[in-house]
Design a protein around this ligand. Structure first.
Ligand code: MOS
Length: 731
């Protein structure tokens, strides 16, 4: 099905199942241990041996020699694979660095070997017996130092300019010109990268944890240099990804290589201390924001520049993305520059671009509102735009930012906010902050197969994944709505490369795209059912387990009495995303308290109001946003990969040193969805929320801390060492 004109009314609009708060259908399996994660599959042919990945001990250099003899003789060891015996390897399209180092080393903890043994302990022990002589070379590890040599990129990363930014900024009566920084961050998901690999002759099956089954499949085949049809990738349950599992990573490659060498299935989980440096991370940014306003508060000039780093051949953190679209202003510029760094591979982490971009922009907006003597909500409302400010002929498909801000302000009790440093609660300084949330809505081609059997059971098959987001449930809701059967009559099978290729879970495109693909398959199945029943032409109503056309009716199961009916289709998106800017919006409100003596910061209350099209399942959507708000508090107050700038690695590479908050750290979190349906995005009229929920949170916390203390911090995370010495000025 091609989606190139706005959706009319369709069976989803009945909203008898879709749009209703629905507990996750996979919940009981997950909480009872019945949902197999990558490391836990039991349908593997043969008992898996254990692979232990050894990471490079230098950030940059060459392996001069590697001696595995002692490791190979160690108890229980079945195989040791290094670049010398791995065979010829290709490189995945999505990987910047090689997943198996050698002889060159591109980053710290890049995999240099996998030891396969009967037990994990034996493999780990033997890994310690591998003797490697490295020739270490100097590298660039410091973004501040590398900034001067950073280069502009082309395509959609190229600088943008509208009107006369420099002139308008220079002549603005109220100006802001500030720098902000965000640190390197780690996905820190609960389940590490993990894979079981098994060869049957030249056929390979991997049970893995990957957000994008088709990308993983293609890159694994390309890296191993085997035909893609010889590989099957299975990823039905994923213990969090946040972008870290968008791509093939070393667990899958090393398990496959280890299994081939040991002639046994092999399981590999990347050890937690390897995760930060072996896997990808969100790169740090340096951002400069300039705002020029009239005395009336209207933005006349808005400029955003960002610097980030990556390995040679890598990509930018697109931190200026939202600034192109969020606020009005006739004169504008954005620019991004990429520095080559020899730190581990940088890549997407939840809301890549907007998450760190808004951490800067939305502090700048708060600072500008103060300079203007305006309320920060009113200042944002005044500068709303209903068209793409860079291309005014392009309207937004739907944009309810103003409502998010205004409804949120009312619900949160924003009118009680005082000037900075004015509210005390015992030893606590208390303040409120706001930030806008913005994240683009992306649509991706997505396919599904759907089956009806003689018992009236509907089975959905697609390689779509559920990374903890609730995909199983919204897919079941979609099929149930389309075919008029109860949820209990729908079986959803996900995450298997033998199923039709879906959009996968990334860029918050998963929910809308994958349910739209299933919608397309269900349209075909409905047609096949009506035909099988011989009901002839006329509008069909699928309801209560029955099919009605005109005055004829039958149980849906009857259509499949003589055999299963199978339909398959995909949704392909036309240019509605070009004609209309498709984005999601929100407003975050935060109340924070800072201990005036110790500087301890606590978030007391949070509210998010989101406008993200139709909400397919308010229960799982709310969970997504609450999780994102919690993550945003981490970004504001805690998260930072500390860089060893001498040797080029992330020092705090485990969950003891890399701190993240949990829900229990924040006493009160609330989420409100604006009642919307966007007919320009898909027949589902839905958009993503998973990443939107994170966008702006960090700045809302920063602004609340400023309002509490009167002390402004522009370098994340806002740890107390950055403001404690200034608390005396207000306390
Ligand atoms: Mo997301 S960073 O595209 O998983």
């Amino acid at each position: 099905m091609k989606f190139d004109t706005p959706a009319g009314m369709n069976p989803i609009d009945r909203l008898t199942v879709v749009g209703k708060p629905t507990p996750r259908i996979d919940g009981p399996l997950k909480v009872s241990g019945g949902a197999p994660y990558a490391y836990e599959h039991h349908d593997v042919p043969g008992k898996p041996a254990y692979g232990y990945v050894l990471g490079a001990a230098v950030a940059k250099g060459t392996i001069r020699s590697i001696d595995t003899a002692r490791a190979q003789r160690a108890p229980g060891v079945l195989a040791v694979v290094t670049h010398r015996n791995a065979g010829k390897l290709g490189k995945g399209k999505m990987n910047t660095a090689k997943l198996l180092a050698g002889p060159d080393v591109q980053h710290y903890h890049q995999a240099v070997a996998v030891v396969v043994a009967e037990t994990f302990e034996q493999a780990r022990c033997a890994a310690g017996m591998i003797d490697i002589d490295y020739a270490r070379s100097d590298g660039a590890f410091d973004l501040v130092a590398a900034k001067a040599g950073a280069k502009e990129q082309g395509g959609s990363d190229a600088p943008t300019a509208v009107g006369d930014f420099e002139g308008a900024f220079a002549s603005s009566p109220v100006q802001l010109d500030q720098n902000y920084t965000t640190p390197d961050q780690s996905h820190a998901m609960m389940e590490p990268m993990a894979t079981i690999a098994a060869w049957d002759g030249d056929k390979l099956t991997v049970w893995t944890s990957n957000q994008m089954v088709n990308w993983g499949l293609k890159d694994l085949a390309a890296t191993l240099q085997v035909p893609i049809e010889n590989v099957r990738l299975i990823s039905p349950y994923i213990g969090g990804g946040f972008g870290g599992k968008l791509f093939l990573r070393s667990d899958a490659l090393m398990a496959s290589l280890g299994a081939r060498a040991a002639k046994r299935p092999v399981k590999v989980a990347l050890q937690r201390p390897l995760m930060a440096n072996n896997a990808t991370h969100r790169p740090s940014t340096i951002q400069r924001i300039r705002l020029g306003c009239g005395k009336d508060g209207k933005i006349a000039a808005i400029g955003h520049e960002s610097w980030s780093g990556d390995l040679e051949g890598g990509g930018l953190e697109v931190a200026v993305q939202q600034t192109k679209l969020l606020y009005a202003g006739a004169n504008r510029m954005t620019a991004m520059r990429l520095a080559v760094l020899d730190l581990p591979e940088a890549n997407a982490m939840r809301a890549p671009g907007e998450a760190p971009g808004l951490m800067a922009l939305e502090i700048a907006m708060d600072e500008m509102a103060e300079k203007l003597g305006m309320d920060p909500v009113a200042f944002r409302v005044l500068n709303d735009t209903q068209v793409d400010p860079e291309k005014p002929e392009r309207p937004f498909s739907q944009r309810n930012l103003v409502r998010c801000l205004q409804d949120g302000a009312e619900r949160f009790g924003w009118s009680r906010r005082k000037a900075p440093g004015q509210v005390r609660d015992g030893r606590w300084l208390v303040g409120m902050g706001v930030a806008a949330a913005f994240r683009n809505n992306l649509n991706m081609k997505s396919g599904a197969r759907v089956r009806l059997n003689g018992q009236g059971t509907v089975t959905v098959e697609t390689d779509m994944t559920d990374i903890g987001t609730g995909t199983y449930t919204i897919m079941a809701q979609t099929a149930a709505e389309m075919l008029g059967v109860p949820l209990a009559k729908v079986v959803v099978k996900l995450g298997d490369s033998s199923f039709p290729v879906s959009a996968g879970s990334g860029g918050q495109w998963g929910a809308n795209s994958s349910t739209a693909g299933l919608y397309a398959a269900c349209v075909k199945l409905r047609e096949a059912i009506v035909e099988k029943l011989g009901f002839g032409p006329g509008e069909a109503l699928f309801e209560g387990g029955q099919v009605h056309v005109g005055n004829r009716s039958a149980d849906i199961a009857r259509a499949a009495k003589s055999g299963e009916i199978v339909a398959e289709d995909s949704i392909e998106f036309g240019d509605l995303g070009k004609k209309f800017q498709q984005s999601t919006f929100g407003a975050h409100f935060v109340e924070a308290a800072v201990d005036r003596y110790t500087g301890e910061a606590r978030v007391r209350r949070m509210l998010a109001v989101c406008a993200a099209g139709r909400i397919l399942n308010p229960t799982s959507a709310r969970s997504q946003v609450i999780g994102a708000m919690t993550m945003g508090v981490g970004g504001a107050l805690m998260e930072e990969l500390a860089v060893d700038k001498r040797f080029g690695f992330f020092v705090n590479h485990d969950l003891a040193g890399y701190e993240v908050p949990v829900h229990a750290d924040i006493p009160h979190q609330e989420v409100i969805f604006i009642d919307e349906a966007d007919d320009k995005v898909s027949p589902m009229k839905a958009k993503g929320v998973g990443e939107l929920g994170l966008c702006g949170v960090g700045a809302a916390v920063a602004n609340a801390i400023y309002n509490a203390t009167g002390v402004r911090v522009r370098d994340y995370p806002i740890t107390l060492d950055k403001y404690l010495d200034r608390l005396g000025e207000v306390a």
